[in-house]
Design a protein around this ligand. Structure first.
Ligand code: FE2
Ligand code: FE2
Length: 157
């Protein structure tokens, strides 16, 4: 399947962990702007929730305490993304969104990558690569993929 950034559509075994090493911590904070809002209130609220969890990891990393926050952050995101993906998928179904299957595949691929990230980050004691991966995946997914279905749904509401 073709995506704007091929990295994120690969399966867990192909996820390139090294690609996320070396970003400066400062560049990894996510400032939520209204440009990220998609116009579906529950979805926007959940996206802000995801970003809040990711930024908590950032906060600890500034004080070089990233490992302390890594496990709790990943556990929160692990649970929360399930709820969020389910919400999105239900809304897409309600509106008979035509690219539903494609979008669901992206969610399942993230699930696999997330499992891999959790294992790898613990093994390498490396919160920075995780933070970089989470920021890139979520902002790209919200602004590109989620925008596609939400634009359709908003136009039908
Ligand atoms: Fe989303
Ligand atoms: Fe999504």
């Amino acid at each position: 399947m073709e995506m704007s950034d091929g990295k994120y559509c690969l399966g867990a075994n192909n996820w390139d962990y090294k690609a996320y090493l070396g970003a400066s911590v400062k560049s990894l904070y996510i400032t939520w702007t209204k440009d990220y809002d998609l116009g579906i209130p529950i979805i926007d609220e959940q996206h802000r929730g995801v970003v809040t969890a990711i930024n908590s990891l950032f906060y600890y990393m500034q004080y070089e305490r990233g490992m302390e926050a890594l496990n709790p952050t990943l556990r929160i995101l692990d649970e929360y993304r399930l709820l969020h993906f389910e919400t999105e998928e239900e809304i897409m179904k309600q509106y008979n969104y035509s690219d539903f299957d494609t979008h669901v595949i992206l969610h399942r691929q993230f699930d696999k990558n997330m499992d891999y990230v959790m294992r790898e980050s613990m093994a390498l004691s490396d919160p920075q690569a995780v933070l970089s991966f989470l920021k890139k995946w979520w902002l790209s997914h919200i602004n590109n993929e989620d925008r596609k279905y939400s634009t359709y749904i908003v136009s039908k509401s």
